[in-house]
Design a protein around this ligand. Structure first.
Ligand SMILES: Nc1ncnc2c1ncn2[C@@H]1O[C@H](COP(=O)(O)OP(=O)(O)OP(=O)(O)O)[C@@H](O)[C@H]1O
Length: 519
């Protein structure tokens, strides 16, 4: 028979734990697991003589803490495949409570970072299963919720963008390859997965959105008090396009276009969104730079067609996003093939998408066939994925949607760990994106290199903070990611330094940083 000592302590029912702790002196009511085991053994040995007295308030609190610990241990068996970490470490478990007359009912909430999480049902099912498997548990109440990640450094963003968690650019370098078709269907797929979604049509010369969707209200309204634009809506997705501004197509010069796009995007009252999909205009011009500067793009999806010429253009687009530090997460190769007479035809050749994926290391490739229904649904204002949610095209978009959700979550996590403070070595550790390389910076040097108005006179360039003003042993209190391009470092004096990655790369590095002898 297995001894109590070797039995995992978290397998004990709450009532037993209560009676045990009720008999133990207070200082023995440890909560560390190994200590609990030792206590259980001694109780077991003495079980003939130990009689449960009425449980003290402290002991019963402790039992509840123990029970919670059991539950957390059980839940930590569930791994989030995207983060490679268990759901307890990810911080998903909230409001854990032990109820019921004898403490056999467990309630908790799993709070995910996106309502569109493709595996939320699996999480719910597994959580129920592992907690119900605890021998003392009679009832499990799991509720699911989502608390989308707050946009990093929301306060620095234009007001209209402050509550948007992820911004996805759908881009192509050539016109007419199906970029708007992909942007619109991707947006409605994400909405179908439970996310709050908006579409921004950034093409003022040839806006496609008004043709591809049919909202009742086809003119954007202005909130007279806040002077902000109210997006129109169709099937639950918020929409802003110059085509809904009552102006038709624009005849404008470059700088005017950037201004209009900037204003439309940032003054729209988007409200809380999980994903804003931006249908970029074709090419790699000024407008792209404006958009990337104004909006912290989380990721880009590139749309192309199989021709060789498209490949050359796509390469330009990938390079542009790479310079702007926006990760390209997927390539959609549109109009790949069509099926007729039981055969598959590839009218534009094959392999261009695969080449993009291989050459630029973009991890995901999605093929879309030529489909008359896709064209027809684009023309009559009902996205194909909404019209035929079970169809083949919708399945491909579902895969793309899952990819976007997972990659965005990963990107946010990577960004937040790209720059961190190593307390043991007392150095700022910077990981170089897309490589295993990392380097170390001396915190005081980072602080001394601040280029903000607090440290350097904007007009004269004169240094306001002197070398000696920064203590040699200064340590950052917090480092947080700011979009994809910078981190915000909070120092003990309350100063918040914004350090772009480019700037960090230029700062003198520490070499041969040893670990302290005690570590
Ligand atoms: N896979 C497809 N099968 C059939 N028709 C398609 C497919 N993809 C796109 N189309 C059609 O091709 C036309 C161009 O598509 P779309 O407007 O999405 O391209 P675009 O790249 O956004 O163009 P622009 O650069 O003009 O904005 C549309 O009529 C659309 O319905």
């Amino acid at each position: 028979m297995q001894s109590l000592y070797s039995a995992p302590s978290f397998r004990l029912p709450i009532p037993i734990l209560r009676s045990i702790y009720g008999t133990l002196p207070r200082e023995n009511a440890f909560c560390h697991q190994t200590c609990i085991r030792a206590n259980l053994q001694s109780v077991n040995l003495n079980s003939g003589r130990v009689r449960a007295t009425s449980a003290s308030a402290d002991a019963s609190t402790m039992s509840i803490e123990m029970a919670k610990r059991d539950v957390l241990v059980a839940l930590s068996q569930i791994i989030d495949p995207d983060f490679g970490t268990d759901i307890v470490s990810c911080g998903f478990v909230k409001d854990l409570e032990i109820n019921g007359t004898t403490g056999e009912e467990v309630s908790f909430r799993l709070e995910l970072t996106t309502p569109a999480c493709p595996i939320k049902d699996m999480f719910e099912e597994k959580a129920n299963e592992v907690v119900a498997a605890l021998p003392w548990v009679k009832k499990v109440n799991v509720t699911m919720s989502a608390q989308p990640a707050k946009p990093v450094f929301a306060g620095e963003l234009p007001k209209g963008l402050q509550k948007i968690s992820n911004i996805i650019a759908v881009s192509s370098c050539k016109g007419g390859v199906g970029k708007s078709t992909v942007a619109v269907n991707l947006a409605y797929t994400l909405a179908g997965m439970g996310a709050r979604v908006g579409i921004f049509d950034a093409d003022v010369f040839g806006p496609s959105l008004p043709t591809m969707v049919s909202p009742e209200n086809r003119i954007l309204e202005m909130n007279p008090e806040t002077r902000s634009i109210l997006p129109t809506e169709y099937l639950g997705v918020k929409l802003v396009s110059f085509g809904f501004a009552g102006q038709g197509r624009a005849i404008m010069r470059g700088p005017m276009v950037s201004g209009v796009v900037n204003q439309l995007l940032t003054t729209a009252e988007w409200g809380e969104l999980d994903y804003l999909v931006i249908d970029m205009p074709p090419g790699t011009g000024d407008i792209h730079l404006t958009l990337c500067q104004v909006a912290p793009l989380t990721a880009a999806v590139i749309v192309t067609t199989p021709q060789k010429l498209s490949f050359i253009d796509v390469a330009k687009g990938v390079r542009m996003f790479s310079k702007l530090k926006v990760p390209c997460i997927a390539v959609v190769e549109n109009m790949c093939y069509f099926d007729a007479d039981g055969k598959r035809y590839f009218p534009f050749g094959e392999g261009s998408g695969t080449q993009v994926v291989q050459q630029f290391g973009i991890p995901h490739l999605f093929d879309l066939p030529i489909r008359p229904t896709l064209s027809a649904s684009g023309d009559d204002g009902m996205p194909e994925v909404a019209r035929d949610p079970q169809g083949e095209v919708a399945k491909t978009f579902q895969d793309l949607g899952v990819c976007v959700v997972q990659q965005c979550a990963k990107i946010r996590q990577q960004v937040s760990t790209a720059v961190s403070y190593d307390r043991l070595r007392k150095v700022i550790r910077v990981k170089v994106p897309d490589s295993d390389e990392e380097f170390f910076l001396h915190p005081a040097t980072v602080r001394r290199n601040d280029r903000s108005a607090q440290s350097v006179d904007e007009w004269t360039g004169e240094q306001k903070i002197q070398y000696g003003d920064v203590p040699e042993d200064i340590e950052p209190e917090e480092i947080r990611a700011m979009g994809n391009y910078a981190v915000s470092i909070t120092w003990p004096d309350g100063f918040s330094q914004i350090a772009p990655y480019d700037q960090l790369e230029m700062i003198e590095r520490l070499v041969d940083v040893p670990l302290p002898a005690s570590a």
